[in-house]
Design a protein around this ligand. Sequence first.
Ligand code: GTP
Ligand code: MG
Length: 590
Amino acid sequence: MEAKKRSKMAWLWENMKGYRVIYIVGILGTLVYNVMQLTVPYFTQKIIDLFLTGEEATANLVNKRALFFQLIITMIVLTFVRTLIVYLVCMDVEHVSQKVLYRIRVHLFDKIERQDMQFYNTYRTGDLMTRVTGDLDAVRHMIAWVIRSIVEAFALLFATAAYFFYMDWHLAISILAIAPFIMVIIVLFRNKVAPRHKALREKLSHLNTAAQENISGNRVVKAFAREDYEIKKFDTCSVEYSKTNKKTAMTWLNYFPYIEAFANLMPVVLLVVGGLFIINGRITMGEYVAFSSLIWAVQNPMRMLGNIMNEFQRFSAASDKVMEIYYSEPHIVDKENAVDLPERFRGKVEFKNVSFRYEDGNLPVLHNISFVANPGETIAIMGETGCGKTSLIQLIPRFYEPTEGEVLVDDINVNDMKLAQLRKNIGLATQDVLLYSDTIDGNIAYGDSSLTKEEVEKFAKYSAAAKFITKMPEGYDTIVGERGVGLSGGQKQRISLARALAVKPAILILDDTTSAVDMETEKQIQHSLNELDFPCTKIIIAQRVSTTKFADKILIIRDGRITESGTHEELVAKKGYYHSLVQLQTGEEV
Ligand code: GTP
Ligand code: MG
Protein backbone atom coordinates (compact mmCIF):
# COMPACT_ATOMS: atom_id res chain seq x y z
CA MET A 1 0.00 0.00 0.00
CA GLU A 2 2.74 2.37 -0.87
CA ALA A 3 1.86 5.92 -1.77
CA LYS A 4 2.79 6.82 -5.29
CA LYS A 5 5.72 9.12 -5.53
CA ARG A 6 4.05 12.38 -6.28
CA SER A 7 5.01 15.66 -4.75
CA LYS A 8 2.74 17.06 -2.10
CA MET A 9 2.26 20.30 -3.93
CA ALA A 10 1.36 18.53 -7.17
CA TRP A 11 -1.15 16.49 -5.22
CA LEU A 12 -2.70 19.62 -3.72
CA TRP A 13 -2.81 21.25 -7.13
CA GLU A 14 -4.55 18.23 -8.58
CA ASN A 15 -7.22 18.41 -5.92
CA MET A 16 -7.75 22.10 -6.56
CA LYS A 17 -9.18 21.34 -9.98
CA GLY A 18 -12.14 23.61 -10.59
CA TYR A 19 -10.95 26.10 -7.98
CA ARG A 20 -7.51 26.83 -9.37
CA VAL A 21 -8.46 30.07 -11.06
CA ILE A 22 -10.16 31.61 -8.08
CA TYR A 23 -7.32 30.44 -5.85
CA ILE A 24 -4.76 32.12 -8.09
CA VAL A 25 -6.90 35.25 -8.07
CA GLY A 26 -6.78 35.08 -4.27
CA ILE A 27 -3.00 34.71 -4.30
CA LEU A 28 -2.67 37.63 -6.74
CA GLY A 29 -4.91 39.63 -4.41
CA THR A 30 -2.50 38.78 -1.60
CA LEU A 31 0.34 40.13 -3.73
CA VAL A 32 -1.62 43.30 -4.47
CA TYR A 33 -2.65 44.13 -0.94
CA ASN A 34 0.85 43.59 0.32
CA VAL A 35 2.38 45.82 -2.30
CA MET A 36 -0.29 48.36 -1.36
CA GLN A 37 1.19 48.44 2.13
CA LEU A 38 3.77 50.70 0.55
CA THR A 39 1.28 53.37 -0.49
CA VAL A 40 0.89 54.91 2.95
CA PRO A 41 4.63 55.43 3.50
CA TYR A 42 4.91 56.65 -0.10
CA PHE A 43 2.28 59.34 0.38
CA THR A 44 3.56 60.19 3.83
CA GLN A 45 6.99 60.72 2.32
CA LYS A 46 5.53 63.01 -0.36
CA ILE A 47 3.53 65.02 2.19
CA ILE A 48 6.51 65.42 4.50
CA ASP A 49 8.88 66.46 1.74
CA LEU A 50 6.45 68.82 0.03
CA PHE A 51 4.51 70.33 2.88
CA LEU A 52 6.36 69.82 6.13
CA THR A 53 10.13 69.82 5.88
CA GLY A 54 11.10 71.11 2.42
CA GLU A 55 12.39 74.63 1.89
CA GLU A 56 9.19 75.59 0.14
CA ALA A 57 6.94 73.81 2.62
CA THR A 58 5.05 76.88 3.79
CA ALA A 59 4.66 78.22 0.27
CA ASN A 60 3.49 74.83 -0.97
CA LEU A 61 0.87 74.62 1.74
CA VAL A 62 -0.64 77.83 0.38
CA ASN A 63 -0.12 77.29 -3.37
CA LYS A 64 -0.66 73.53 -3.66
CA ARG A 65 -3.46 73.09 -1.20
CA ALA A 66 -5.42 71.00 -3.71
CA LEU A 67 -2.50 68.56 -4.12
CA PHE A 68 -2.23 68.26 -0.35
CA PHE A 69 -5.86 67.18 -0.02
CA GLN A 70 -5.59 64.99 -3.08
CA LEU A 71 -2.68 63.11 -1.52
CA ILE A 72 -4.51 62.65 1.77
CA ILE A 73 -7.77 61.51 0.17
CA THR A 74 -5.98 59.06 -2.17
CA MET A 75 -4.20 57.66 0.85
CA ILE A 76 -7.47 57.11 2.71
CA VAL A 77 -9.25 55.61 -0.31
CA LEU A 78 -6.35 53.22 -0.97
CA THR A 79 -6.44 52.10 2.63
CA PHE A 80 -10.11 51.25 2.29
CA VAL A 81 -9.57 49.45 -1.00
CA ARG A 82 -6.76 47.49 0.57
CA THR A 83 -8.95 46.41 3.48
CA LEU A 84 -11.61 45.30 1.05
CA ILE A 85 -9.10 43.23 -0.92
CA VAL A 86 -7.83 41.58 2.27
CA TYR A 87 -11.41 40.67 3.15
CA LEU A 88 -12.15 39.21 -0.26
CA VAL A 89 -8.90 37.27 -0.37
CA CYS A 90 -9.62 35.70 3.02
CA MET A 91 -13.08 34.65 1.86
CA ASP A 92 -11.68 33.32 -1.37
CA VAL A 93 -8.94 31.10 0.05
CA GLU A 94 -11.18 29.89 2.87
CA HIS A 95 -13.78 28.87 0.31
CA VAL A 96 -11.24 27.00 -1.81
CA SER A 97 -9.71 25.29 1.21
CA GLN A 98 -13.10 24.01 2.39
CA LYS A 99 -13.99 22.74 -1.06
CA VAL A 100 -10.68 20.93 -1.42
CA LEU A 101 -10.97 19.53 2.09
CA TYR A 102 -14.41 18.19 1.27
CA ARG A 103 -13.17 16.64 -1.97
CA ILE A 104 -10.20 14.92 -0.36
CA ARG A 105 -12.28 13.71 2.58
CA VAL A 106 -14.90 12.12 0.33
CA HIS A 107 -12.15 10.51 -1.72
CA LEU A 108 -10.41 9.19 1.40
CA PHE A 109 -13.57 7.75 2.87
CA ASP A 110 -14.35 6.15 -0.45
CA LYS A 111 -10.87 4.60 -0.49
CA ILE A 112 -11.16 3.33 3.07
CA GLU A 113 -14.63 1.95 2.46
CA ARG A 114 -13.53 -0.01 -0.59
CA GLN A 115 -10.43 -1.52 0.94
CA ASP A 116 -10.04 -5.24 1.39
CA MET A 117 -9.67 -7.22 4.60
CA GLN A 118 -5.90 -7.02 4.48
CA PHE A 119 -6.09 -3.24 4.78
CA TYR A 120 -8.19 -3.46 7.90
CA ASN A 121 -5.75 -5.97 9.36
CA THR A 122 -2.97 -3.42 8.78
CA TYR A 123 -4.42 -0.08 9.83
CA ARG A 124 -5.87 0.66 13.23
CA THR A 125 -9.15 2.53 13.50
CA GLY A 126 -7.72 5.33 15.64
CA ASP A 127 -4.96 5.90 13.12
CA LEU A 128 -7.41 6.08 10.22
CA MET A 129 -9.59 8.47 12.21
CA THR A 130 -6.58 10.73 12.73
CA ARG A 131 -5.98 10.77 9.01
CA VAL A 132 -9.49 11.83 8.08
CA THR A 133 -9.70 14.47 10.82
CA GLY A 134 -6.52 16.09 12.21
CA ASP A 135 -4.29 15.34 9.25
CA LEU A 136 -6.84 16.62 6.79
CA ASP A 137 -7.19 19.80 8.74
CA ALA A 138 -3.47 20.41 8.41
CA VAL A 139 -3.95 20.08 4.64
CA ARG A 140 -6.79 22.59 4.71
CA HIS A 141 -4.67 24.96 6.77
CA MET A 142 -1.97 24.75 4.13
CA ILE A 143 -4.34 26.08 1.48
CA ALA A 144 -6.12 28.62 3.65
CA TRP A 145 -3.17 30.02 5.54
CA VAL A 146 0.33 28.69 4.87
CA ILE A 147 0.54 29.34 1.13
CA ARG A 148 -1.06 32.74 1.49
CA SER A 149 1.32 33.64 4.31
CA ILE A 150 4.34 32.61 2.26
CA VAL A 151 3.17 34.84 -0.59
CA GLU A 152 2.41 37.60 1.89
CA ALA A 153 5.83 37.43 3.52
CA PHE A 154 7.76 37.42 0.28
CA ALA A 155 5.56 39.99 -1.47
CA LEU A 156 6.02 42.39 1.38
CA LEU A 157 9.71 41.71 1.60
CA PHE A 158 10.40 42.09 -2.11
CA ALA A 159 8.15 45.11 -2.58
CA THR A 160 9.75 46.87 0.33
CA ALA A 161 13.21 45.93 -0.84
CA ALA A 162 12.40 47.31 -4.29
CA TYR A 163 11.10 50.51 -2.80
CA PHE A 164 14.19 50.81 -0.61
CA PHE A 165 16.40 50.45 -3.67
CA TYR A 166 14.29 52.99 -5.51
CA MET A 167 14.87 55.52 -2.72
CA ASP A 168 18.52 54.84 -1.98
CA TRP A 169 20.36 51.65 -2.84
CA HIS A 170 23.25 52.17 -0.43
CA LEU A 171 20.96 52.38 2.54
CA ALA A 172 18.82 49.52 1.13
CA ILE A 173 21.86 47.20 0.89
CA SER A 174 23.04 48.13 4.39
CA ILE A 175 19.70 47.16 5.89
CA LEU A 176 18.98 44.08 3.74
CA ALA A 177 22.48 42.66 4.28
CA ILE A 178 21.09 41.29 7.54
CA ALA A 179 18.39 39.20 5.79
CA PRO A 180 20.62 36.26 4.68
CA PHE A 181 21.67 35.61 8.28
CA ILE A 182 18.03 35.30 9.26
CA MET A 183 17.38 32.95 6.35
CA VAL A 184 20.19 30.65 7.48
CA ILE A 185 18.66 30.46 10.95
CA ILE A 186 15.24 29.64 9.46
CA VAL A 187 16.75 26.76 7.47
CA LEU A 188 18.48 25.41 10.59
CA PHE A 189 15.16 25.65 12.40
CA ARG A 190 13.37 23.74 9.69
CA ASN A 191 15.89 20.89 9.84
CA LYS A 192 15.31 20.61 13.55
CA VAL A 193 11.54 20.94 13.62
CA ALA A 194 10.60 18.67 10.68
CA PRO A 195 11.25 15.35 12.47
CA ARG A 196 9.50 16.66 15.55
CA HIS A 197 6.32 17.27 13.61
CA LYS A 198 6.51 13.72 12.28
CA ALA A 199 6.87 12.40 15.82
CA LEU A 200 4.04 14.61 17.02
CA ARG A 201 1.78 13.22 14.34
CA GLU A 202 2.55 9.65 15.47
CA LYS A 203 1.86 10.48 19.10
CA LEU A 204 -1.50 11.94 18.17
CA SER A 205 -2.34 8.76 16.30
CA HIS A 206 -1.40 6.66 19.37
CA LEU A 207 -3.56 8.88 21.54
CA ASN A 208 -6.56 8.52 19.25
CA THR A 209 -6.08 4.78 18.95
CA ALA A 210 -5.92 4.40 22.73
CA ALA A 211 -9.09 6.46 23.15
CA GLN A 212 -10.97 4.63 20.41
CA GLU A 213 -10.02 1.14 21.61
CA ASN A 214 -10.91 2.00 25.17
CA ILE A 215 -14.27 3.45 24.37
CA SER A 216 -15.35 0.62 22.10
CA GLY A 217 -13.89 -2.01 24.43
CA ASN A 218 -15.12 -0.48 27.61
CA ARG A 219 -17.18 -3.51 28.57
CA VAL A 220 -14.05 -5.61 28.78
CA VAL A 221 -12.34 -2.95 30.83
CA LYS A 222 -15.27 -2.93 33.25
CA ALA A 223 -15.47 -6.71 33.43
CA PHE A 224 -11.85 -6.91 34.52
CA ALA A 225 -12.08 -3.78 36.69
CA ARG A 226 -9.15 -2.37 34.74
CA GLU A 227 -10.34 1.22 34.67
CA ASP A 228 -7.40 2.54 36.69
CA TYR A 229 -4.96 0.62 34.56
CA GLU A 230 -6.51 1.93 31.33
CA ILE A 231 -6.69 5.48 32.64
CA LYS A 232 -3.01 5.28 33.51
CA LYS A 233 -2.20 3.84 30.10
CA PHE A 234 -4.13 6.60 28.38
CA ASP A 235 -2.48 9.13 30.62
CA THR A 236 0.93 7.91 29.47
CA CYS A 237 -0.12 8.45 25.85
CA SER A 238 -1.49 11.82 26.77
CA VAL A 239 1.68 12.90 28.56
CA GLU A 240 3.78 11.67 25.64
CA TYR A 241 1.70 13.69 23.24
CA SER A 242 1.78 16.82 25.30
CA LYS A 243 5.54 16.49 25.87
CA THR A 244 6.19 16.11 22.16
CA ASN A 245 3.84 18.98 21.46
CA LYS A 246 5.65 21.18 23.91
CA LYS A 247 9.03 20.17 22.56
CA THR A 248 7.90 20.99 19.03
CA ALA A 249 6.54 24.35 20.08
CA MET A 250 9.66 25.11 22.12
CA THR A 251 11.96 24.41 19.18
CA TRP A 252 11.09 27.80 17.82
CA LEU A 253 12.13 29.45 21.07
CA ASN A 254 15.69 28.22 20.57
CA TYR A 255 15.94 30.04 17.26
CA PHE A 256 13.67 32.95 17.90
CA PRO A 257 16.11 35.11 19.96
CA TYR A 258 18.70 35.06 17.17
CA ILE A 259 16.15 36.03 14.55
CA GLU A 260 14.82 38.74 16.81
CA ALA A 261 18.34 40.05 17.46
CA PHE A 262 19.12 40.24 13.74
CA ALA A 263 15.74 41.76 12.97
CA ASN A 264 16.26 44.39 15.62
CA LEU A 265 19.62 45.25 14.13
CA MET A 266 17.83 46.68 11.10
CA PRO A 267 16.48 49.85 12.76
CA VAL A 268 19.93 50.37 14.32
CA VAL A 269 21.57 50.22 10.91
CA LEU A 270 18.94 52.59 9.60
CA LEU A 271 19.58 55.02 12.43
CA VAL A 272 23.35 55.06 11.99
CA VAL A 273 23.66 54.85 8.19
CA GLY A 274 20.44 56.75 7.45
CA GLY A 275 21.41 59.46 9.96
CA LEU A 276 24.77 59.88 8.28
CA PHE A 277 23.10 60.07 4.87
CA ILE A 278 20.72 62.79 6.03
CA ILE A 279 23.64 64.80 7.35
CA ASN A 280 25.43 64.30 4.03
CA GLY A 281 22.25 65.27 2.23
CA ARG A 282 22.13 61.97 0.34
CA ILE A 283 18.55 61.36 1.38
CA THR A 284 15.70 63.64 2.40
CA MET A 285 13.94 63.61 5.74
CA GLY A 286 10.84 62.24 3.97
CA GLU A 287 12.85 59.34 2.61
CA TYR A 288 14.28 58.64 6.04
CA VAL A 289 10.77 58.56 7.48
CA ALA A 290 9.66 56.25 4.63
CA PHE A 291 12.56 53.89 5.40
CA SER A 292 11.81 54.04 9.06
CA SER A 293 8.09 53.47 8.72
CA LEU A 294 8.70 50.52 6.43
CA ILE A 295 11.39 48.78 8.38
CA TRP A 296 8.69 46.53 9.95
CA ALA A 297 7.80 45.38 6.43
CA VAL A 298 11.22 43.75 6.26
CA GLN A 299 11.33 42.59 9.87
CA ASN A 300 7.87 41.05 10.05
CA PRO A 301 8.16 38.60 7.14
CA MET A 302 11.39 37.37 8.72
CA ARG A 303 9.61 36.80 12.00
CA MET A 304 6.64 35.20 10.24
CA LEU A 305 8.83 32.71 8.41
CA GLY A 306 9.42 30.72 11.58
CA ASN A 307 5.73 30.20 12.15
CA ILE A 308 5.14 29.51 8.47
CA MET A 309 7.88 26.91 8.50
CA ASN A 310 6.30 25.29 11.55
CA GLU A 311 2.93 25.01 9.87
CA PHE A 312 4.50 23.86 6.64
CA GLN A 313 6.20 20.98 8.45
CA ARG A 314 2.91 20.09 10.13
CA PHE A 315 1.33 19.94 6.69
CA SER A 316 4.24 17.92 5.39
CA ALA A 317 3.91 15.25 8.10
CA ALA A 318 0.14 15.13 7.81
CA SER A 319 -0.03 15.03 4.03
CA ASP A 320 2.31 12.01 3.96
CA LYS A 321 -0.28 10.15 5.98
CA VAL A 322 -3.23 11.37 3.96
CA MET A 323 -1.57 10.63 0.64
CA GLU A 324 -0.72 7.11 1.73
CA ILE A 325 -4.44 6.34 1.97
CA TYR A 326 -5.32 8.59 -0.97
CA TYR A 327 -3.18 6.54 -3.32
CA SER A 328 -3.68 3.16 -1.69
CA GLU A 329 -5.24 0.49 -3.85
CA PRO A 330 -7.04 -2.57 -2.59
CA HIS A 331 -5.43 -5.79 -3.83
CA ILE A 332 -8.77 -7.44 -4.35
CA VAL A 333 -10.56 -5.63 -7.16
CA ASP A 334 -12.54 -6.48 -10.28
CA LYS A 335 -10.35 -7.75 -13.08
CA GLU A 336 -10.42 -5.73 -16.26
CA ASN A 337 -12.08 -8.54 -18.18
CA ALA A 338 -14.29 -9.67 -15.31
CA VAL A 339 -17.26 -11.77 -16.38
CA ASP A 340 -20.57 -9.95 -16.26
CA LEU A 341 -23.16 -12.06 -14.44
CA PRO A 342 -26.20 -9.92 -13.76
CA GLU A 343 -28.56 -12.86 -13.28
CA ARG A 344 -29.16 -14.51 -9.96
CA PHE A 345 -26.58 -17.28 -9.35
CA ARG A 346 -27.59 -20.92 -9.22
CA GLY A 347 -25.50 -21.27 -6.11
CA LYS A 348 -22.95 -23.96 -6.88
CA VAL A 349 -19.80 -23.61 -4.80
CA GLU A 350 -16.66 -25.57 -5.52
CA PHE A 351 -13.22 -25.60 -3.95
CA LYS A 352 -10.47 -27.10 -6.11
CA ASN A 353 -7.22 -27.91 -4.30
CA VAL A 354 -7.36 -24.69 -2.34
CA SER A 355 -4.51 -23.72 -0.06
CA PHE A 356 -4.40 -20.44 1.76
CA ARG A 357 -2.03 -18.41 3.85
CA TYR A 358 -2.67 -14.95 5.34
CA GLU A 359 -0.31 -12.34 3.95
CA ASP A 360 0.79 -11.36 7.44
CA GLY A 361 1.11 -14.93 8.65
CA ASN A 362 3.88 -17.32 7.75
CA LEU A 363 2.10 -20.66 7.99
CA PRO A 364 -0.65 -21.83 5.62
CA VAL A 365 -4.03 -22.17 7.36
CA LEU A 366 -5.72 -24.23 4.63
CA HIS A 367 -4.19 -27.13 2.72
CA ASN A 368 -5.50 -28.63 -0.46
CA ILE A 369 -9.22 -28.20 0.25
CA SER A 370 -11.58 -29.68 -2.35
CA PHE A 371 -15.34 -30.08 -2.16
CA VAL A 372 -18.49 -29.28 -4.12
CA ALA A 373 -21.75 -27.80 -2.89
CA ASN A 374 -24.42 -28.25 -5.52
CA PRO A 375 -27.23 -25.70 -5.87
CA GLY A 376 -29.68 -26.04 -2.98
CA GLU A 377 -27.46 -28.36 -0.92
CA THR A 378 -26.49 -27.84 2.68
CA ILE A 379 -22.84 -28.28 3.57
CA ALA A 380 -21.84 -28.35 7.20
CA ILE A 381 -18.32 -27.56 8.29
CA MET A 382 -17.03 -28.71 11.65
CA GLY A 383 -13.72 -28.80 13.36
CA GLU A 384 -11.99 -27.64 16.47
CA THR A 385 -11.37 -23.99 17.12
CA GLY A 386 -8.65 -22.41 15.00
CA CYS A 387 -8.72 -25.18 12.38
CA GLY A 388 -9.51 -22.74 9.55
CA LYS A 389 -13.31 -22.76 9.15
CA THR A 390 -13.77 -19.00 9.07
CA SER A 391 -10.74 -18.65 6.81
CA LEU A 392 -12.29 -21.14 4.42
CA ILE A 393 -15.66 -19.44 4.05
CA GLN A 394 -14.02 -16.02 3.65
CA LEU A 395 -12.62 -17.22 0.34
CA ILE A 396 -16.11 -17.57 -1.16
CA PRO A 397 -17.02 -13.84 -1.18
CA ARG A 398 -13.34 -13.26 -2.09
CA PHE A 399 -12.44 -11.41 1.09
CA TYR A 400 -9.11 -13.12 0.54
CA GLU A 401 -7.73 -15.00 -2.43
CA PRO A 402 -6.41 -18.56 -2.22
CA THR A 403 -2.65 -18.89 -2.44
CA GLU A 404 -3.14 -22.02 -4.52
CA GLY A 405 -6.08 -23.65 -6.22
CA GLU A 406 -9.43 -22.18 -7.20
CA VAL A 407 -12.71 -21.24 -5.63
CA LEU A 408 -15.54 -21.53 -8.14
CA VAL A 409 -19.09 -20.30 -7.93
CA ASP A 410 -21.42 -21.55 -10.66
CA ASP A 411 -18.28 -23.03 -12.27
CA ILE A 412 -16.61 -19.65 -12.63
CA ASN A 413 -13.51 -18.71 -10.67
CA VAL A 414 -14.54 -16.06 -8.15
CA ASN A 415 -11.42 -14.11 -9.10
CA ASP A 416 -12.95 -13.57 -12.55
CA MET A 417 -16.27 -12.29 -11.24
CA LYS A 418 -17.33 -8.76 -10.45
CA LEU A 419 -17.08 -8.36 -6.69
CA ALA A 420 -20.41 -6.56 -6.38
CA GLN A 421 -22.26 -9.25 -8.33
CA LEU A 422 -20.59 -12.07 -6.43
CA ARG A 423 -21.25 -10.57 -3.02
CA LYS A 424 -24.83 -9.64 -3.84
CA ASN A 425 -25.52 -13.33 -4.24
CA ILE A 426 -24.06 -14.23 -0.87
CA GLY A 427 -25.78 -13.83 2.46
CA LEU A 428 -23.23 -13.93 5.24
CA ALA A 429 -23.76 -14.05 8.97
CA THR A 430 -20.32 -13.59 10.47
CA GLN A 431 -19.06 -15.17 13.63
CA ASP A 432 -18.40 -11.80 15.24
CA VAL A 433 -21.82 -10.19 14.97
CA LEU A 434 -21.78 -6.49 14.25
CA LEU A 435 -25.01 -4.56 14.18
CA TYR A 436 -25.32 -0.88 13.38
CA SER A 437 -26.75 1.66 15.78
CA ASP A 438 -30.04 1.75 13.92
CA THR A 439 -33.50 0.28 14.35
CA ILE A 440 -33.89 -3.50 14.27
CA ASP A 441 -35.86 -3.01 11.08
CA GLY A 442 -33.00 -1.01 9.56
CA ASN A 443 -30.49 -3.66 10.58
CA ILE A 444 -32.44 -6.50 9.01
CA ALA A 445 -33.04 -4.55 5.81
CA TYR A 446 -29.39 -3.46 5.65
CA GLY A 447 -28.60 -5.38 2.46
CA ASP A 448 -31.80 -4.34 0.70
CA SER A 449 -33.34 -1.10 1.84
CA SER A 450 -36.36 -1.58 -0.44
CA LEU A 451 -37.60 -4.38 1.80
CA THR A 452 -41.18 -3.94 3.04
CA LYS A 453 -42.16 -4.18 6.69
CA GLU A 454 -43.92 -7.48 6.04
CA GLU A 455 -40.83 -8.98 4.45
CA VAL A 456 -38.64 -7.84 7.34
CA GLU A 457 -41.07 -9.56 9.70
CA LYS A 458 -41.03 -12.69 7.57
CA PHE A 459 -37.23 -12.94 7.75
CA ALA A 460 -37.33 -12.27 11.47
CA LYS A 461 -39.72 -15.21 11.73
CA TYR A 462 -37.36 -17.41 9.69
CA SER A 463 -34.56 -16.64 12.08
CA ALA A 464 -36.78 -17.16 15.14
CA ALA A 465 -36.32 -13.54 16.12
CA ALA A 466 -39.89 -12.31 15.64
CA LYS A 467 -41.02 -13.28 19.10
CA PHE A 468 -38.46 -11.36 21.08
CA ILE A 469 -38.59 -8.38 18.72
CA THR A 470 -42.34 -7.89 19.16
CA LYS A 471 -41.83 -8.06 22.90
CA MET A 472 -39.46 -5.10 22.80
CA PRO A 473 -40.95 -1.70 23.74
CA GLU A 474 -40.83 -0.31 20.23
CA GLY A 475 -40.84 -3.57 18.33
CA TYR A 476 -39.03 -3.36 15.02
CA ASP A 477 -38.40 0.34 15.59
CA THR A 478 -36.33 -0.30 18.70
CA ILE A 479 -32.94 1.26 18.23
CA VAL A 480 -30.09 -1.05 19.08
CA GLY A 481 -27.00 0.62 20.46
CA GLU A 482 -23.59 0.71 18.90
CA ARG A 483 -22.55 -2.82 17.87
CA GLY A 484 -25.95 -4.07 19.03
CA VAL A 485 -25.77 -3.02 22.67
CA GLY A 486 -28.96 -3.91 24.52
CA LEU A 487 -29.39 -7.34 22.91
CA SER A 488 -28.26 -10.71 24.13
CA GLY A 489 -25.70 -12.68 22.18
CA GLY A 490 -28.31 -15.07 20.81
CA GLN A 491 -30.65 -12.21 19.90
CA LYS A 492 -27.87 -10.48 17.99
CA GLN A 493 -27.08 -13.72 16.16
CA ARG A 494 -30.70 -14.09 15.11
CA ILE A 495 -30.92 -10.54 13.80
CA SER A 496 -27.71 -11.10 11.91
CA LEU A 497 -29.21 -14.29 10.44
CA ALA A 498 -32.35 -12.39 9.40
CA ARG A 499 -30.12 -9.76 7.79
CA ALA A 500 -28.28 -12.44 5.81
CA LEU A 501 -31.54 -14.06 4.72
CA ALA A 502 -33.15 -10.76 3.78
CA VAL A 503 -31.02 -10.41 0.65
CA LYS A 504 -32.52 -13.73 -0.53
CA PRO A 505 -29.03 -14.99 -1.39
CA ALA A 506 -28.21 -17.80 -3.72
CA ILE A 507 -25.53 -18.82 -1.26
CA LEU A 508 -26.06 -18.52 2.46
CA ILE A 509 -23.02 -18.72 4.71
CA LEU A 510 -23.51 -19.04 8.44
CA ASP A 511 -20.42 -18.89 10.62
CA ASP A 512 -21.37 -20.33 13.98
CA THR A 513 -24.58 -18.34 13.84
CA THR A 514 -26.59 -20.45 16.21
CA SER A 515 -23.87 -21.06 18.78
CA ALA A 516 -25.55 -18.81 21.33
CA VAL A 517 -29.16 -19.87 20.86
CA ASP A 518 -30.84 -22.66 22.80
CA MET A 519 -31.57 -26.05 21.24
CA GLU A 520 -35.30 -25.38 20.88
CA THR A 521 -34.78 -22.11 19.00
CA GLU A 522 -32.10 -23.73 16.89
CA LYS A 523 -34.54 -26.41 15.83
CA GLN A 524 -37.00 -23.74 14.72
CA ILE A 525 -34.31 -21.97 12.73
CA GLN A 526 -33.28 -25.21 11.09
CA HIS A 527 -36.80 -25.94 10.17
CA SER A 528 -37.32 -22.56 8.51
CA LEU A 529 -33.97 -22.78 6.72
CA ASN A 530 -35.33 -25.88 5.03
CA GLU A 531 -38.52 -24.10 4.11
CA LEU A 532 -37.05 -20.94 2.54
CA ASP A 533 -39.14 -19.59 -0.33
CA PHE A 534 -36.10 -19.05 -2.55
CA PRO A 535 -33.45 -21.52 -3.76
CA CYS A 536 -30.34 -21.33 -1.67
CA THR A 537 -27.13 -23.25 -1.12
CA LYS A 538 -26.21 -23.27 2.56
CA ILE A 539 -22.75 -23.48 3.99
CA ILE A 540 -23.02 -23.76 7.71
CA ILE A 541 -20.23 -23.77 10.24
CA ALA A 542 -21.43 -25.27 13.49
CA GLN A 543 -20.24 -27.05 16.57
CA ARG A 544 -23.40 -28.98 17.37
CA VAL A 545 -24.22 -32.28 15.78
CA SER A 546 -27.89 -31.37 16.02
CA THR A 547 -27.24 -28.57 13.51
CA THR A 548 -25.18 -30.58 11.08
CA LYS A 549 -26.98 -33.88 11.23
CA PHE A 550 -29.26 -33.21 8.27
CA ALA A 551 -26.69 -31.65 5.98
CA ASP A 552 -26.13 -33.17 2.56
CA LYS A 553 -22.46 -33.25 3.33
CA ILE A 554 -20.41 -32.71 6.44
CA LEU A 555 -16.77 -31.63 6.19
CA ILE A 556 -14.51 -32.19 9.15
CA ILE A 557 -11.49 -29.93 9.15
CA ARG A 558 -8.38 -30.46 11.15
CA ASP A 559 -5.36 -28.15 10.99
CA GLY A 560 -6.59 -26.75 7.69
CA ARG A 561 -7.18 -30.11 6.03
CA ILE A 562 -10.39 -31.97 5.29
CA THR A 563 -10.00 -35.18 7.24
CA GLU A 564 -13.49 -36.59 6.88
CA SER A 565 -16.39 -35.87 4.58
CA GLY A 566 -19.77 -37.42 3.98
CA THR A 567 -23.28 -37.59 5.37
CA HIS A 568 -24.08 -38.04 9.04
CA GLU A 569 -24.57 -41.75 8.64
CA GLU A 570 -21.42 -42.23 6.58
CA LEU A 571 -19.30 -40.35 9.08
CA VAL A 572 -20.77 -42.11 12.08
CA ALA A 573 -19.98 -45.40 10.38
CA LYS A 574 -16.40 -44.23 9.84
CA LYS A 575 -15.90 -44.08 13.59
CA GLY A 576 -13.55 -41.13 13.33
CA TYR A 577 -13.60 -37.61 14.78
CA TYR A 578 -17.28 -37.05 13.88
CA HIS A 579 -18.26 -40.27 15.51
CA SER A 580 -16.58 -39.27 18.74
CA LEU A 581 -18.26 -35.87 18.52
CA VAL A 582 -21.67 -37.48 18.24
CA GLN A 583 -20.97 -39.66 21.22
CA LEU A 584 -19.72 -36.74 23.22
CA GLN A 585 -22.67 -34.53 22.44
CA THR A 586 -25.52 -36.98 22.60
CA GLY A 587 -24.03 -39.08 25.35
CA GLU A 588 -25.17 -42.16 23.49
CA GLU A 589 -23.31 -45.06 22.03
CA VAL A 590 -23.86 -44.91 18.31
P1 GTP B 1 -13.11 -20.78 15.46
O1 GTP B 1 -13.88 -19.67 14.88
O2 GTP B 1 -12.48 -20.45 16.76
O3 GTP B 1 -13.89 -22.06 15.58
O4 GTP B 1 -11.86 -21.07 14.52
P2 GTP B 1 -11.81 -21.13 12.92
O5 GTP B 1 -11.78 -22.53 12.51
O6 GTP B 1 -12.84 -20.25 12.34
O7 GTP B 1 -10.36 -20.55 12.66
P3 GTP B 1 -9.94 -19.36 11.68
O8 GTP B 1 -10.19 -19.73 10.29
O9 GTP B 1 -10.50 -18.10 12.16
O10 GTP B 1 -8.38 -19.34 11.92
C1 GTP B 1 -7.52 -20.33 11.40
C2 GTP B 1 -6.08 -19.92 11.67
O11 GTP B 1 -5.80 -18.72 10.96
C3 GTP B 1 -5.79 -19.63 13.12
O12 GTP B 1 -4.57 -20.25 13.44
C4 GTP B 1 -5.66 -18.16 13.20
O13 GTP B 1 -4.66 -17.80 14.11
C5 GTP B 1 -5.26 -17.75 11.80
N1 GTP B 1 -5.81 -16.44 11.42
C6 GTP B 1 -7.12 -16.07 11.44
N2 GTP B 1 -7.24 -14.80 10.97
C7 GTP B 1 -6.01 -14.38 10.66
C8 GTP B 1 -5.49 -13.15 10.12
O14 GTP B 1 -6.21 -12.20 9.82
N3 GTP B 1 -4.13 -13.09 9.93
C9 GTP B 1 -3.32 -14.13 10.23
N4 GTP B 1 -2.00 -14.01 10.02
N5 GTP B 1 -3.78 -15.27 10.73
C10 GTP B 1 -5.09 -15.42 10.94
MG1 MG C 1 -14.23 -19.04 13.08
